[in-house]
Design a protein around this ligand. Structure first.
Ligand code: SF4
Length: 369
C-alpha cells in the first residue's frame, strides 16, 4: 500500500494545539480484553520505533503552538529503555514550543513501579502518573489475567506517592461478571487512603465468553457502575466525566482539552489527533507506519472533517457539567424529548446527562445525532 501525501494541515487553526499525545505500543504481554494498538515488547523493535517516532515528531514540527500538556499512553510506555524515553522527550523539546509544561503524564502498570523507575520518570519531566491497577482484588485480577497482584497494585500507588509526583491517578476496571459491590467499595477505600488524587473507572467492554470465562452482563454492569458512583460520592472524589473522578480539582488537564474540543497533536502508531478542524488517525500497522516515515511523510491513514457542533456535543456530554445550551439549539427538540424521558437534565446554562444515566451515554448520543 502506498503511503499518502501529507495531509493539508497548513491552514492556521482557530485554536492551535496545546497538547501532544504520544503512543508507545509495546507491552510485555497482551491482555485479552484490551483494544489498544499494541505489540509484544522487544528491545530492538522499541529502539527502532523510537527513531521512527522521533522522525514523526520532526515531520510534524510546530513552533507556533504553545504546548501545555503531553501524554505518553500505550501500550506500556515505561517499559522501553530509559535512553529511548529520554530521546523522545528531547525530540519533543527540539520540535515544539514547550515552556514549562503544566502536565506531562505517563501510563504505567503496577509491576513496573519500582522506586528507581519512578524516580527516573520524574527526573525526565513527568509530573503525573496514571497507574493501571484495575482492582485490588486478586479474584478480579485473575479474571483479567493481569500480571500483578492486589498487593502490588497497592504498593505501586504508595511508591508513586513516595516518588513525589504532583498527581497520581489509578485506573480501575468495573463490571466484571462476578465482581462484587463490596470489592468496589474496598477499591475506593484503598485509593482514598493511599493519597491518590485522581481515578478513572472504565467499564469492561467487548469480552466474549471463552473457555471457562464468562462474559459480562449489561444490567449487572450498569448496576455496578451506579453502585460505584454512589459509593464514591461519600468520599472527597467528585465525578467530572463519565469515567473520571478527582479530588481537589485535580482534573486531567490533557483529557479536559479533548472533551472541551481543543486541538491536539497525536504521534505514534495508531495515534489520533485533531488539528485545524480535522480528526486524523495514524497507521495502526507497523509496516505502513514505517514506510510512510521512511519516505518522510506524516503517517496519517485517515482524516475526517467532522461537523464541529456534533463533535462538541459528543465530547461535551461526557462531562458532568454538560454542554452550553446556546451552542446546541439545533438539537433542541431531541434534547427536550430526552429531558422528558429522564435521560438529560438542564440548568440555567447547561444540558447534561442525568448522573445515573451516564452508563447509557452511547445510546443517548446515538439518538441525538
Ligand atoms: S498492559 Fe495495558 S495496553 Fe498492554 S495489553 Fe494490557 S491493558 Fe492493553
Amino acid at each position: 500500500m502506498e503511503a499518502p501525501e501529507n495531509p493539508d494541515i497548513s491552514v492556521v487553526p482557530e485554536k492551535s494545539p496545546s497538547a501532544i499525545y504520544i503512543h508507545i505500543p509495546f507491552c510485555r504481554r497482551e491482555c485479552y480484553y484490551c483494544n489498544f494498538s499494541k505489540l509484544k515488547y522487544e528491545q530492538n523493535s522499541a529502539e527502532k520505533y523510537t527513531d521512527l517516532l522521533c522522525t514523526e515528531l520532526k515531520l510534524r514540527r510546530d513552533q507556533h503552538s504553545y504546548i501545555k500538556t503531553v501524554y505518553f499512553g500505550g501500550g506500556s510506555p515505561a517499559i522501553i529503555p530509559d535512553a529511548s524515553l529520554t530521546k523522545i522527550i528531547e525530540a519533543l523539546y527540539e520540535n515544539y514550543n514547550i515552556g514549562k509544561l503544566s502536565e506531562m503524564t505517563v501510563e504505567v502498570n503496577p509491576e513496573e513501579c519500582s522506586i528507581e523507575k519512578l524516580n527516573f520518570l520524574k527526573s525526565v519531566g513527568f509530573n503525573r502518573i496514571s497507574i493501571g491497577v484495575q482492582s485490588f482484588s486478586d479474584e478480579d485480577l485473575k479474571y483479567l489475567s493481569r500480571n500483578h497482584s492486589g498487593v502490588q497494585s497497592r504498593e505501586a500507588l504508595e511508591t508513586a506517592i513516595k516518588a513525589g509526583f504532583d498527581s497520581v491517578s489509578a485506573d480501575l476496571i468495573i463490571g466484571l461478571p462476578d465482581q462484587k459491590k463490596k470489592t468496589l467499595g474496598n477499591n475506593i477505600k484503598i485509593i482514598s487512603s493511599a493519597g491518590v488524587n485522581h481515578l478513572s473507572a472504565y467499564i469492561l467492554e467487548g469480552v466474549k465468553e471463552y473457555g471457562g470465562r464468562k462474559s459480562p452482563d449489561a444490567d449487572h454492569q450498569s448496576n455496578l457502575y451506579n453502585t460505584f458512583r454512589e459509593k464514591i460520592s461519600g468520599t472527597e472524589f467528585d465525578q467530572y466525566e463519565v469515567s473520571n473522578f478527582c479530588r481537589a480539582e485535580a482534573y486531567s488537564e490533557h483529557n479536559m482539552n479533548y472533551w472541551e474540543g481543543g486541538s491536539y497533536i497525536g504521534a505514534g502508531l495508531s495515534a489520533s489527533g485533531y488539528e485545524s478542524g480535522i480528526d486524523y488517525t495514524n497507521y495502526s500497522d507497523m509496516e505502513n507506519y514505517c514506510r510512510s516515515i521512511e519516505s518522510m511523510k506524516i503517517p496519517i491513514a485517515d482524516r475526517i472533517e467532522n461537523d464541529p457542533v456534533k463533535r462538541s456535543l459528543v465530547t461535551g456530554l461526557r462531562l458532568t457539567k454538560g454542554i452550553e445550551k446556546e451552542k446546541f439549539t439545533i438539537y433542541e427538540s431531541r434534547i427536550r424529548e430526552l429531558i422528558e424521558e429522564g435521560f438529560l437534565e438542564e440548568t440555567e446554562k447547561y444540558y447534561r446527562v442525568v448522573p445515573s444515566r451516564m452508563v447509557v451515554l452511547n445510546e443517548i448520543l446515538t439518538y441525538l445525532i
